[in-house]
Design a protein around this ligand. Structure first.
Ligand code: HEM
Length: 406
């Protein structure tokens, strides 16, 4: 069954419906036959696996025996410097890393950012409104999301465009990169640039501390036992990449859904208190994270009569769980007033999205600003002409052309 490619990404839902019905735990074997990857597609199974961080681990090394670990070639130093983050760790190490940044992302802290987010959104729109058209992804969602995360971390405004290029390349599907030597060399170069850039910022913050997240992480690193140098770099990479790649497509998808659902659009225009439930339904109906990040079976796991082996990769398909009619009534229907099961669009369990309060705020501020400033906005191309991101984890259009009466 085809689970990638442009045609699949344009509408993956019929394929997922077949998998849920016929093969709820579906195996794909790598080209060389050496590695297995399982796709889990039913809501109950996805939710249970997200919660079960004992049998489904994020750190692939945790699935190896001491002998297997010794036999593995060491990862390149640069790679290690950028992969020691909380989405690759489990248990105590994960809890320690998460506790270092928890406070900055708490609902209370995030609330304080609302006026600043509104200013960023309106400044962007001030420049866009007279044009009468834009690509919502490139012209609004990207600069808005990058500005927000860069401000929280403490990245100077003038450097923000460089973040876009870095994170775009760093989230490229790794299989793609591994298959292509030129791409591997390019990735190493991008990683090196990113590390060099951060070293410059760190030196500046050590000299003159600021009230930002980078300064507080540096203080944790200096305290010695709380954050290693590898973890410091990896944390910033993780926050930069997940902190905007997902938000961009939450913003794009919600705009696309509203512009193709006139009743919901009219309701949202006249009653802004509907925005919060509407955003939750966007995340369920067509959220930006199609599949959770990779997990690995820590031991043999039996599921629907199938045995997953220790070390097998496991992909939990959130977008499929969200269309499971055992969890949601009429799941293919967009209904902002729906009640019932909770969506898994921010994950669940120990790795539940740290940025969820910030992402919700970004989505609300962006939608509010769009409704206020562009009353005649509409899609500039037919829905069927949209092209979709090919990254297997992310769901969203590559471009979202809009037009309005300027
Ligand atoms: C403000 C932007 C965001 C930030 C800073 C952020 C940050 C994070 C971090 C640090 C994690 C890892 C948590 C851990 O391992 O303990 C995470 C996980 C996750 N985030 Fe976000 N996030 C953001 C936006 C979003 C958005 C918009 C979505 C989708 C609607 C999303 C969905 C997820 C999911 C599904 C996971 C769990 C991944 C897994 O378990 O494999 N995030 N996020």
């Amino acid at each position: 069954m085809l689970l990638s490619g442009a045609a699949f990404k344009a509408n993956p839902y019929p394929t997922y419906a077949r998998l849920r019905a016929e093969s709820p735990v579906y195996c794909r074997v790598s080209r060389d036959g050496a590695a297995r990857m399982w796709f889990v597609t039913r809501y109950e199974d996805v939710a249970a696996a997200l919660r079960d961080d004992r049998r489904f681990v994020k750190d692939v090394d945790a699935t190896l025996t001491p002998a297997e670990r010794l036999a593995r070639p060491p990862a390149p130093a640069l790679y290690r410097l950028l992969t020691h983050h909380m989405l690759n760790t489990d248990g105590d190490a994960h809890a320690r890393l998460r506790s270092l940044v928890n406070k900055a992302f708490s609902a209370r802290q995030v609330e304080l950012m609302e006026p600043r987010l509104r200013t960023i959104a309106h400044d962007l729109l001030d420049r866009l409104v007279p044009r009468g058209e834009m690509d919502y992804v490139d012209d609004f969602a990207l600069p808005f999301s990058i500005a927000v995360i860069a401000e929280l971390l403490g990245i100077p405004g003038r450097d923000r465009h460089r973040f876009r290029a870095w994170s775009h390349i760093l989230v490229a599907p790794s299989a793609d990169v591994a298959r292509n030597e030129r791409k591997t060399a390019r990735l190493a170069q991008v990683m090196q640039d990113f590390v060099d850039y951060l070293q410059g910022i760190f030196a500046a913050r050590r000299h003159t501390p600021q009230p930002d997240l980078i300064t507080s992480l540096l203080q944790a690193e200096e305290a010695g036992d709380r954050l290693s140098t590898e973890e410091l770099f990896s944390m910033i990479l993780l926050l930069t990449v997940v902190g905007h790649e997902t938000s961009v497509f939450l913003l794009a998808n919600q705009t696309l859904i509203l512009l193709t659902h006139p009743v919901a659009l009219a309701a949202a225009r006249s009653d802004r208190s509907l925005l919060a439930p509407l955003i939750e339904e966007v995340i369920r109906y067509d959220g930006p994270v199609e599949r959770a990040t990779m997990r690995f079976a820590a031991e043999e796991v039996a599921l629907h009569g199938i045995t997953l082996h220790r070390g097998d990769a496991v992909s939990l398909v959130l977008a499929s769980a969200h269309r499971d009619d055992h969890a949601f009534a009429q799941p293919d229907h967009f209904d902002p007033l729906r009640t019932g099961a909770r969506h898994l669009g921010f994950g669940l369990g120990p790795h539940y999205c740290l940025g969820a309060p910030l992402a919700r705020l970004e989505a609300r501020v962006a939608l509010d600003a769009l409704l206020d400033r562009l009353p005649t906005v509409q899609l500039a191309i037919p829905y069927s002409d949209l092209r979709w991101q090919t990254n297997p984890i992310v769901r969203g259009p590559k471009r979202l052309p809009l037009r309005w009466k300027a």
